[in-house]
Design a binder for this molecule. Structure first.
Ligand code: PRP
Length: 177
């Protein structure tokens, strides 16, 4: 594509801030005193994770995991692999996955299965956005920020073709699929 598509605001930075505050309150209510292990999926979760943990004023641990991505066209969870894994021990921990967007659900389904095999004490999902119209496998989201329409979502860490992660608002771009 020539040039750069124009991002349109879906949720303003103020709405994002209010929602991250709400999610932090929910996480604090459920995890205070449990020394949870928060695992962010790179790259998209890094902005959300950074804001969320600064609202959690109790002991917790932060980890990141990188999973391979085969692009939007992929259709089977079998193709997903761990590219960069965890250093922390998962066994016996209260694990909370931090994700920027659940789309087909293939990425998170893979990770829930992968982490579940490591025998955590508990395993839950906190997702900033959910695009249920694209779902291929069922996913339970324990802490959800926004439900988004079937558009290319960008901003607040989320990219389109590695662009727009820096936008402070959650936006969408209109591009050819
Ligand atoms: C995006 C997003 C999720 C995943 C969701 O990551 O961050 O991890 O896709 O899609 P799914 O539900 O269809 O599996 P992407 O692979 O684009 O990598 P990125 O986080 O580095 O941008």
């Amino acid at each position: 594509m020539n040039g750069q598509p124009k991002p349109h605001i879906l949720f303003t930075r103020e709405e994002v801030e209010a929602t991250v505050n709400r999610l932090a309150a929910e996480v604090r209510r459920d995890y205070q005193g449990k020394h949870p292990l928060l695992i962010g999926i790179l790259k998209g979760s890094f902005v959300f994770m950074a804001d969320l943990i600064r609202l959690l004023d109790f002991p917790l641990e932060v980890e990141f995991i990188t999973l391979s991505s085969y692009g939007r066209g992929r259709s089977t969870p079998g193709g997903i692999k761990v590219v960069k894994g965890l250093r922390a021990e998962v066994k016996g921990r209260d694990v909370l996955i931090i994700e920027d967007i659940v789309d087909t659900g293939l990425t998170i389904s893979f990770l829930l299965d992968y982490l579940g095999k490591k025998k955590p004490a508990s395993l839950r999902l906190c997702a900033l956005t959910d695009k249920p119209s694209r779902r291929q496998v069922p996913v339970t989201i324990d802490y959800l920020g926004f439900t988004v329409p079937n558009k290319f979502i960008v901003g607040y860490g989320i990219d389109w073709d590695e662009r727009f992660r820096y936008l402070p608002d959650i936006c969408f771009v209109e591009v050819e699929d």
